[in-house]
Ligand binder design. Structure first.
Ligand SMILES: Cc1cc2nc3c(=O)[nH]c(=O)nc-3n(C[C@H](O)[C@H](O)[C@H](O)COP(=O)(O)OP(=O)(O)OC[C@H]3O[C@@H](n4cnc5c(N)ncnc54)[C@H](O)[C@@H]3O)c2cc1C
Length: 326
């Protein structure tokens, strides 16, 4: 740490903080401090911080909305870069005449730090379709592209609407890449492996009726309120759903692929370790009742995974990402 501390301080100046508590930056409200912390408000600052960490050979972590991570009780070594970039802009329109009606694709660019909810509201107000079902999805544009976040009713992945993005690669080159580059799949985009960081994203959206879009968005929110615990500290779904092939092999009840159903059926709903609890509303959510430690959450995760394995022979994979030292 000594080796890179001075280089970081020189590059990032007075904005660089030390020993910054990270729990407040997460929806779980769990986790120890960052050795170093930098809040990037613009794309230029984001690039500056990434390059500074690489030049200093310091480990670094990009923190979006902190809604899908479990930070260890001992915190994160190196530099945590909080992505607070905020710009949204319409970049262009492409029109075409199809069966007599005028259909237009509108390209909207958002910085990777923009909260998804802010972007969704903007696109609906502009009468643009493609992201409306994501209203209520917590977190940032960058995190949603990294995870290819999704909604079920009506079904939609954030990656579906991506047209192009600007990324910074591990060798510090900044380039524009198309949607195909991300190889989007369930809970997956290629940047989970490549180490690329998303700076901004251009979404291709179709002109549509604003009232219709609000109706879809509001029904998404209503279903979210009905099916997910509200007003609690959590990081959303703990486990990924299983594949159809796994459900067939394990002969799950009704061939369900729902991880929440399996955890519930294995008798873990309401289970408690320390101040962490498997939600009694949705068994795929772990809730921090107030003072849970990361170690409590990890113990609950392992308990649930073991119970499901014992009952169904399926090993659940985590959707939540563990970060830092535990
Ligand atoms: C109450 C609740 C409900 C949820 N509902 C859903 C849901 O319906 N559907 C769903 O899919 N998820 C859901 N989630 C999970 C989470 O909101 C999403 O996965 C979200 O898109 C994560 O974004 P984030 O900015 O918070 O990412 P973070 O948690 O900050 O980070 C997640 C990962 O992305 C990486 N990352 C972040 N920004 C970038 C970037 N710019 N470039 C490269 N990597 C980056 C981080 O380094 C980290 O590895 C829910 C979570 C909560 C708390």
């Amino acid at each position: 740490m000594e080796q890179y501390a001075n280089t970081l301080k020189k590059a990032l100046g007075a904005k660089l903080k030390e020993q910054e508590p990270l729990a407040p930056f997460t929806t779980f409200k769990i986790g120890g401090p960052a050795d170093f912390f930098y809040d990037a408000k613009t794309k230029e600052e984001l690039v500056l911080a990434i390059k500074a960490a690489r030049d200093a050979q310091a480990p670094f972590f990009i923190l979006g909305g902190g809604t899908n991570i479990l930070i260890g009780d001992k915190g994160i070594r190196g530099l945590v870069i909080k992505n607070s970039t905020q710009n949204i802009a319409i970049r262009g329109v492409r029109g075409s005449m199809e069966s007599g009606s005028n259909k237009r694709t509108v390209f909207v660019e958002a910085d990777s730090g923009v909260p998804i909810n802010k972007l969704v509201r903007f696109t609906i107000e502009e009468g643009l379709s493609g992201l409306e079902m994501q209203l209520g999805l917590p977190g940032s544009v960058g995190g949603a592209v990294y995870m290819n976040s999704k909604w079920t009713k009506p079904e939609g992945y954030v990656g579906d609407a991506v047209y192009q993005a600007t990324i910074i690669a591990p060798d510090n080159t900044i380039k524009e890449v198309s949607k195909e580059y991300f190889d989007f799949a369930y809970d997956f985009s290629t940047i989970q492996k490549s180490g690329d960081i998303v700076l901004s994203v251009i979404f291709a959206l179709l002109q549509d009726d604003k009232e219709r879009l609000w109706a879809i968005a509001n029904s998404s929110i209503a279903y979210r309120r009905e099916s997910q615990p509200q007003g609690i500290f959590s990081a959303g779904c703990t486990f990924k759903n299983i594949s159809k092939a796994q459900a067939l092999t394990a002969a799950t009840p009704g061939l369900t692929t729902s991880a929440g159903f399996l955890v519930d059926n294995a008798g873990l709903k309401g289970a408690v370790v320390g101040d962490a609890e498997i939600s009694s509303v949705h068994a795929n959510f772990i809730v921090n009742r107030r003072h849970a430690k990361a170690s409590d959450v990890v113990e609950l995760i392992e308990r649930a995974r073991q119970a499901v394995k014992d009952k169904f022979g399926v090993v659940l994979e985590e959707e939540i990402r563990r970060v830092g030292e535990f």
